[in-house]
Design a protein around this ligand. Structure first.
Ligand code: UT7
Length: 332
């Protein structure tokens, strides 16, 4: 599915925040748990460490600080929100939704709230939906949160997955704006590839141990990822008649440095325009893109007027890109 943003109604990000749990797990620590090594993990993934939620932290606990930072940057309170969408595959529980729990903690008494599941692409899907709701005039102020506590659904004896993933969350506020904002989206899904990254024992088909842990065919996901990062970026740029050279800040899903390098080279994006923090956080699923955006804001790369390209991909299999002019802060 390809979605062009409306040219007559604009919406943008007015606030951004992120949070990662304090506990750091290094490659060295993982090599005490499974048969792996710091060298292997760095060479094959580029990951050096990741954050893991404390026992008492559930998803809503790590979304809350990210949401508060995003609201404060937008100059809003929870009570100002019309809608909260949390993209995740690890909600606190199946119901109530984590969004509803978050709304309560933020004092967002007037907000509709629901969770959205699109694997690691969840944040991109949620941003596109929020844009659509704002552009349709249904809501004015939306909080979109992407976050996951994947550490809870990993098999800690499976070296093919534990080395990759970490916990974290990020949040943005979307509001109508005089200027764009969001320019274009491109979203897609291929359920035929679903079995390459799945949590089989987690729902109405089967709810059982030990199938309640993530299972992944790393090579297949790798092939899919390198293909869609390139195709989706080109599709969203084509919609606007823009070229790769126009992109100032490229924020790919933080899955693996090799995947990002492959896409960056194929697209021809200079490495100084690419945001990478997978070395410090691992793959945080729905948290990945907003955590990377927040890093780029802190290091000064996200400035008003800059063209930002984000592409997510993950379980489903799903993918999604957004192209936008950043509108917060001083001009570039
Ligand atoms: O949001 C999307 C989430 N998922 C992904 O992004 C995953 C995409 N895939 C990948 O990132 C890579 O496929 C991996 C990092 C998972 C694996 O890297 P690879 O270069 O594709 O390795 P491989 O699966 O081809 O395995 C190579 C070898 C195997 O041993 P043999 O069969 O050659 O003897 C594996 O058993 O490496 C072995 N291996 C490990 N060795 C040490 C697999 N995991 C590990 C490990 N430490 N953690």
């Amino acid at each position: 599915m390809i979605t062009s943003a409306r040219s007559d109604v604009h919406a943008t990000i007015t606030g951004l925040g992120a949070y990662a749990p304090e506990r750091v797990i290094t490659n060295e620590e993982l090599s005490q748990l499974v048969e792996t090594s710091d060298e292997w993990i760095i060479e094959r993934t580029g990951i050096r460490e990741r954050r893991i939620a404390a026992d008492e932290q559930a998803l809503s606990d790590i979304c809350l600080p990210a949401a508060r930072t995003a609201l404060s940057q937008a100059g809003l309170d929870g009570k100002d929100l019309d809608l909260i969408v949390v993209a995740t595959v690890t909600p606190d529980m199946m119901f109530p939704s984590t969004s509803a729990l978050l709304a309560d903690r933020l004092g967002a008494a007037d907000a509709a709230a629901y969770d959205l599941s699109a694997g690691c692409t969840g944040f991109m899907y949620a941003v596109a939906q929020a844009y659509g709701m704002v552009a349709a005039g249904l809501v004015q102020r939306v909080l979109v949160v992407g976050g996951d506590v994947l550490s809870r659904i990993l098999d800690w004896s499976d070296r093919s997955t534990v080395v990759l993933f970490g916990d974290g969350a990020g949040a943005v506020v979307l509001e109508p704006s005089a200027e764009p904002g969001f320019l274009a989206f491109e979203l897609g899904a291929d359920g035929g590839g679903g079995e390459h990254l799945w949590l089989p024992g987690s729902g109405s088909r089967l709810f059982a141990e030990p199938d309640r842990f993530v299972k992944m065919n790393g090579r297949e996901v790798f092939k899919f990822a390198t293909r869609v990062l390139v195709d989706s970026a080109r599709a969203v740029l084509d919609q606007q008649g823009m070229r790769v050279e126009d992109v100032d800040v490229y924020v790919p899903h933080q899955a693996n440095v090799r995947i990002i390098d492959h896409a960056t080279k194929k697209l021809g994006i200079p490495s100084d325009r690419v945001v990478i923090n997978v070395d410090r956080y691992g793959n945080t699923s729905s948290g990945s893109i907003p955590l990377a955006l927040a890093d780029a804001q802190v290091d000064g790369r996200l400035r008003a007027g800059r063209l930002v390209l984000m592409t997510g991909m993950g379980a489903g299999l799903t993918w999604g890109s957004a192209l936008m002019r950043w509108t917060i802060g001083g001009a570039a």
